[in-house]
Design a protein around this ligand. Structure first.
Ligand code: ZN
Ligand code: ZN
Length: 92
């Protein structure tokens, strides 16, 4: 599952660098994974689209890929590396 390929954000179609933080939403039936940038606007689309797919009866697993420089050993939202924007703290 870790082939070298270009990852594109399903929200804005922009490229995601693998060493930068991003979110993956994996369809557990097909193994297809949708990727999104960690920034708030793309995360918002991620949540909206995932809710729509869940309503269609799909089963998903969410993955949080942290920055390659993130110092947190058990990363998640609010990690020490500050990888993910939260909707409450949009920094422009
Ligand atoms: Zn994006
Ligand atoms: Zn992190």
């Amino acid at each position: 599952m870790s082939r070298n390929r270009v990852i594109r954000c399903a929200a804005c179609a922009g490229r995601i660098r693998p060493q930068h933080p991003h979110i993956g939403v994996e369809d557990l039936e097909t193994g297809v994974e949708f990727s999104y940038h960690a920034r708030a606007s793309c995360q918002k689309r991620c949540v909206e689209e995932t809710v729509t797919r869940l309503e269609a009866g799909k089963v998903y697993a969410m993955h949080h890929y942290h920055s390659s420089t993130c110092p947190d050993e058990a990363p998640g939202f609010g990690c020490a590396g500050g990888c993910f924007d939260t909707p409450m703290a949009v920094a422009n």
